[in-house]
Design a protein around this ligand. Structure first.
Ligand code: R2B
Ligand code: URA
Length: 310
């Protein structure tokens, strides 16, 4: 178990601040969070976001709006869930909804898209002086040896060679950052799934790729440079390395959260078993229900943390 830090005045645990790792930020008179359409000069960020404790991010704008409405009902907050408005309405890059202590944000598809969102989110939480924030990625993925609909809580986010790190090119050189996630949050999520008993949930490694087709070993893209046997061998190696699902954002999400001192978890549902095929063939309503599973799990976690359920 992680040690609890106590401050010098007594027994209050020291609150974990969101840390930016950039000495130049403090020297700026204004910080424009361009892709959120927010700025430190035009918006009172501590007032708008100071109470945030849980940030949930996911690829699709519609899904993150639906999550905001769902968590509004789950937390039994006053007012109408239908009337929650997009804080980032000045841009169509990302959408953002605030529901009490919960922020729901879309990040688009792939590492470059989520990476821009993560820079601005971490700066936003820092400017707003948020403390003890837990960050979740709620997503979809391809399963590796799992029944479709299984939820995977990520143990390690790994790259195409099953290594738990993220490579960032900076000034023409590669910087490698660890993708370790918070073990305590993952364990709590598994405990939540045991309590809910709604759908199968496992812990496993999540492979993050830079492409949905060839990058994930699919035979059904516009280009394919390998055989069905090559594909199965790669998936088998991934399985042996502990990989249970494949998606496109987890490594940079984990790496940036870790560097900035934010506890983070990745919770993705599997839409298919990649040993069985490449195309996503389940009916629309089945896929919609699958995509609600990470939301149901994380909502239970949040309600437990807030003392709304035991
Ligand atoms: C999962 O689903 C998307 C691709 O369909 C991608 O954003 C991901 O990680
Ligand atoms: N998302 C992915 O990245 N891969 C899949 O196979 C399904 C969803």
């Amino acid at each position: 178990m992680a040690p609890i830090l106590l401050n010098c005045l007594g027994n209050d645990p020291i609150k974990q601040q969101v840390q930016v790792k950039n000495p130049y930020l403090d020297t700026m008179e204004e910080d424009i969070l361009y892709h959120f359409s927010l700025s430190t000069k035009t918006h009172n960020l501590p007032e708008m976001f100071g109470e945030i404790k849980f940030v949930c991010v996911g690829g699709s704008a519609n899904r993150m709006k639906a999550f905001a409405q769902f968590i509004h009902q789950e937390l039994e907050l006053p007012g109408s869930a239908e009337q929650i408005s997009d804080i980032c309405e000045g841009t169509d890059r990302y959408c953002m909804y605030k529901v009490g202590p919960v922020l729901s944000i879309s990040h688009g598809m792939g590492v470059p898209s989520i990476s821009i969102m993560m820079h601005e989110l971490i700066k936003l939480l820092h400017h707003a002086q948020c403390k003890d924030v837990v960050l979740f990625r709620l997503g979809t993925s391809g399963g590796v040896g799992l029944t479709p609909g299984t939820v995977v809580v990520t143990d390690r986010a790994v790259d195409y060679a099953f290594r738990p790190h993220f490579e960032q090119v900076v000034l023409g050189k590669v910087i490698t950052r660890s993708t370790e996630l918070d073990e305590g949050v993952a364990a709590e999520l598994l405990q939540c799934s045991a309590e809910l008993q709604n759908f199968p949930t496992v812990i496993g490694n999540t492979m993050c790729t830079h492409d949905f087709y060839e990058g994930q070993g699919r035979l059904d893209g516009a280009l394919c440079s390998f055989s069905p046997e090559d594909k199965l061998e790669y998936l088998r190696k991934a399985y042996e390395a502990g990989v249970r699902n494949i998606e496109m954002e987890s490594t940079v999400f984990a790496a940036m959260s870790r560097v900035c001192g934010v506890k983070a978890a990745v919770v993705c549902v599997t839409l298919l078993n990649r040993f069985e095929g490449d195309q996503i063939t389940s009916a629309h309503d089945v896929l919609v229900e699958y995509q609600q599973r990470p939301q149901v799990l994380v909502s239970h976690f949040i309600k437990k943390r807030l003392g709304l359920v035991v």
